[in-house]
Design a protein around this ligand. Structure first.
Ligand SMILES: [Zn+2]
Ligand SMILES: [Zn+2]
Length: 106
């Protein structure tokens, strides 16, 4: 298991292990927040600490940011047919991710 955290440490995200790939999503919003997503089944991810939700106009997924320092921690599905969570891999120790390919696409 790997645990990442936001800048202030109030929010911690635990995942079962490195993702198969990291998506440096090229969309405008992900570029703005520096999104580097690893995808996991929702039940395999544990998030603790206070997050502030942000739902974009599409209302497909909900982004979560630390309520204290504002760092993006993950996104969760806002629609029942989406069966994954996107975890911000920039919040993890990068030495555990050196072998994970970074892709640029959805
Ligand atoms: Zn924080
Ligand atoms: Zn994006």
């Amino acid at each position: 298991m790997l645990t990442g955290q936001c800048d202030c440490g109030a929010v911690r995200v635990t995942i079962p292990g490195p993702p198969r790939r990291i998506n440096a999503c090229p969309c405008r919003y992900c570029q703005q927040i520096g999104g580097r997503w690893g995808y996991f089944r929702p039940e395999s991810v544990e998030v603790t600490g206070p997050t502030t939700p942000y739902q974009r106009a599409e209302r497909v997924i909900t982004f979560h940011h630390c309520a204290i320092c504002g760092v993006t921690t993950h996104w969760s599905p806002a629609r029942a047919d989406i069966e994954r969570i996107g975890v911000q891999m920039a919040n993890f120790d990068q030495s555990a991710l050196v072998d994970v390919p970074v892709v640029c696409g959805v």
